[in-house]
Design a protein around this ligand. Structure first.
Ligand code: AMP
Ligand code: MG
Length: 450
């Protein structure tokens, strides 16, 4: 029987394979990374509001005033005295229009007599004398009189947003550790903060390695390929909001370096990366090849290796080390899928911790496998896959629990085949000691949020 047709066992785990005994498991490796990175308390800096999107707040933000700051109208309409609308459910009521208040106007009207109303716009200060605002849709205005036909009485306070109803002065608006998502950033602006105290983002160097690499746009010789990893990893960083800023406050948060495979070039490029960055992501040159100098070069610079090789596929040769001064080095394997998958598995959680995020946990869901999977025992296989909603969960008569997703491996699972990853939106965790997972098995799928 050929190797391709060797029958696999059932889903039951086999005895621990030899390969996995020597290597760290995925969970062990990730735990070591998170331990090392958590020991480094991120520093804070003041960031202008318009550059603070998706940064992490380093201190709580307190409301410097009540929210809303003043009673204001929730609608465009007419401010009335509630008793004037007593009969409104039986017949239309006509009131005299005595004033108009728009958003931003400072209206000092203190008295509204019975039979009078004012016109008022959304967001305008509601004068104290007004008890309710009736929506414009229920009113007809003609010659300074307003006929209201609202099919019901008005309540005191109707359509008035009250001072402090959302939050009172001095209360915490945003906690330390909050990510400045669009609504959080909007709230920071609402309370008037022009500068925000955020955790610093680490400076990152991406170091590609390899004599065979040329940049896209250049001519290739017969034995050369294009450098794709630097661009893909830079895009991963952009997805996490690590950008170089342009303009006056330009910073060099992310820099790309390249080294050929000769020892001197590897040494000097890594030296430069260590001098200019807090996190170094090397690409390739960390495996078993004669000219894979990344690890040895770093070790000779006094860098402490935390681990090299993990029982995963793709990405087994992944390397992690710590340099003096709290700098972290991730050696990702050069195969393009391995580089991206190991970024997702190890670098992304580390960067989240290093920039002060509270949680680094990946987004994992339960899914029903749509095609049988086979492999050798010994490595946790991250199978590139598509997720779809499990429609069979919707049958109300069937109350049994079902995974919320269906998951189908994509075509092109080899670690040099980016096409299989392009089509994927999740990684199936095909557990380390399994050799077989039948169609219909329930599996864990890690959602890819690039
Ligand atoms: P290495 O880990 O250096 O042995 O590289 C493994 C494979 O990935 C080889 O086929 C390399 O040519 C390829 N590779 C390494 N670096 C890159 C890169 N930056 N872009 C595209 N392919 C790469
Ligand atoms: Mg190489």
């Amino acid at each position: 029987m050929g190797i391709n047709t060797k029958p696999m066992n059932t889903a039951a785990p086999t005895a621990k394979s030899k390969e996995s005994e020597a290597l760290l498991t995925y969970n062990e490796a990730l735990k070591l990374i998170l331990q090392e990175c958590s020991a480094e308390k991120p520093k804070a800096e003041l960031v202008p509001l318009d550059q603070a999107a998706f940064r992490i707040l380093a201190e709580p933000l307190q409301a410097p005033f009540d929210l809303p700051r003043f009673n204001n109208s929730a609608v465009d309409g007419y401010g009335v005295i509630v008793d004037d609308l007593q009969d409104c459910d039986k017949k239309p009521v006509t009131l005299k229009l005595i004033d108009t208040v728009s958003a931003g106007d400072h209206n000092l009207l203190t008295e509204l007599k019975s039979g009078q109303c004012i016109k008022i716009m959304t967001g305008a200060v509601v004068p104290d004398a007004v008890e309710a605002v009736v929506m414009r849709e229920f009113c007809q205005e003609e010659d300074r009189t307003v006929t209201i036909n609202c099919h019901g009485r008005a309540r005191i306070g109707e359509n008035i947003r009250l001072t402090g109803e959302e939050m009172e002065k001095g209360q915490t608006v945003l906690d330390a550790g909050t990510k400045l998502t669009p609504p959080a950033l909007g709230l920071a602006a609402t309370v008037g903060k022009a500068l925000l105290n955020c955790y610093r983002q680490p400076r990152i160097a991406i170091v590609s390695t390899g004599d065979e690499l040329k940049e896209p746009g250049q001519e290739l010789s017969a034995s050369q390929i294009y450098n794709s990893n630097s661009y893909a990893i830079k895009a991963c960083l952009a997805g996490m909001h690590f950008h170089n800023q342009t303009g006056e406050s330009a910073n060099n948060l992310v820099r790309c370096l390249h080294t050929s495979d000769d020892r001197e070039s590897v040494d000097s490029t890594l030296q430069k990366a260590l001098e200019t960055s807090d996190v170094i992501i090397t690409l390739g040159g960390v495996s078993m090849g004669d000219r894979d100098y990344v690890k040895v070069s770093l070790e000779e610079k006094g860098v402490r290796t935390v681990f090299w090789k993990v029982a995963i596929k793709p990405g087994k040769p992944v390397y992690f080390a710590v340099a003096p001064g709290g700098k972290f080095i991730f050696g990702l394997p050069g195969n393009p899928v391995s580089a991206l998958v190991t970024f997702e598995l190890f670098v992304k959680p580390a960067l989240k911790i290093l920039q002060g995020e509270k949680s680094a946990a990946p987004h994992i869901v339960s899914a029903r496998l749509q095609a049988a999977l086979k492999k050798k025992a010994g490595r946790l296989d991250f199978v590139r896959a598509n997720l779809a909603e499990n429609a069979s969960r919707k049958h109300e008569e069937d109350q049994t629990w079902k995974p919320p997703y269906l998951v189908t491996p994509t075509r092109g699972q080899d670690s040099h085949m980016l096409t299989g990853l392009v089509k994927a939106d999740a990684l199936i965790h095909f557990e380390q000691e399994l050799e077989y997972a039948p169609e219909g098995a329930e599996v864990k799928a890690q959602i890819l949020h690039w």
